[in-house]
Ligand binder design. Structure first.
Ligand code: ADP
Length: 250
């Protein structure tokens, strides 16, 4: 199958985001209201069936938990405005989360990290870079239920630094690639996915002046490529100030 390359489009409008949230919350509240009414009904009957009451109350708790998860994701999504960008080494940032990733991926996933040599620094919030790595790695894991290789590599790409997260998983159809960055777009059923993982990655990377794209081929795997601008280092800015404001000759 031919690899399908797609550059992410703009994030959907805020209205659509709000619409998606409202829809999801409405579903969860519907479940809560219905099952809570069942609980009341059963509890006020002549001979209340305790196991039925407990089972229904569990539905209420579960829907409430899903709501909490969604709120946390949304807050993380919205909070990306409050960023503390700093000059950082992407390889070091990967090193910071590598052990944590290895543990959360499990033994059936073979995590391979290939740091590019002499990588120039980028400007990004370190917490956000971790979030990008975690979101991409967990998607790769989800795409490889029977195990496989997860390769994280970095390198220079012209005036940009390249980060790639590749997997040997299920891959995506062109239709899924097309919509993958949309907030709340998920193919993971029954509350398993929020559809905010890639939207968050997109938001973080574009805010840092970078780009993100997906190359995926069903049955072969997926590679997400992130490009971040090279931080213009101190010597660069010094050079510029010298050429633009030459020292007065005496
Ligand atoms: P979620 O993981 O909650 O579904 P995302 O925004 O992270 O939300 O991903 C959206 C969808 O893109 C996923 O549901 C899945 O269909 C697809 N996807 C993302 N990453 C991968 C991957 N590495 N391999 C296959 N499909 C993927």
């Amino acid at each position: 199958a031919e690899a399908h390359v797609h550059r992410s489009q703009r994030l959907e409008s805020l209205g659509q985001l709000a619409g998606g949230v409202a829809h999801d919350f409405n579903n969860m509240l519907g479940v809560i209201v219905n099952y809570a009414s069942f609980v009341i009904e059963e509890a006020s009957s002549e001979s209340p069936d305790m196991s039925a009451i407990v089972a229904d109350a569990q539905q209420v708790v579960q829907a409430g938990k899903r709501g909490t998860d969604l709120t946390h994701q949304l807050l993380a999504f919205a909070r990306r405005e409050v960023v503390r960008p700093q000059v950082l080494d992407l390889n070091a940032a990967i090193g910071e989360v590598e052990e944590m990733l290895r543990r959360s991926l499990g033994e059936h996933i073979n995590l391979i990290v290939r740091p590019g040599e002499e990588l120039p620094p980028v400007v990004c919030d370190p917490g956000q870079i971790s979030q990008v790595l975690v979101n991409l790695a967990l998607n790769a894991r989800d795409a490889m239920p029977g195990g496989g290789d997860l390769v994280i590599d970095t390198g220079r790409h012209g005036e940009q630094v390249r980060l790639r997260v590749g997997d040997s998983g299920t891959g995506m159809s062109p239709e899924v690639v097309e919509r993958a960055f949309e907030p709340f777009f998920t193919t993971k059923g029954s509350g398993a996915g929020t559809g905010l993982g890639l939207a968050t990655v997109y938001g973080i990377i574009t805010q840092a002046g970078g780009e993100v794209s997906i190359a995926s081929s069903p049955g072969v795997g997926t590679t997400v490529t992130v490009l971040l601008p090279v931080s213009s280092d101190l010597s660069d800015s010094l050079d510029k100030s010298v050429t633009s404001a030459p020292a007065p000759a005496r």
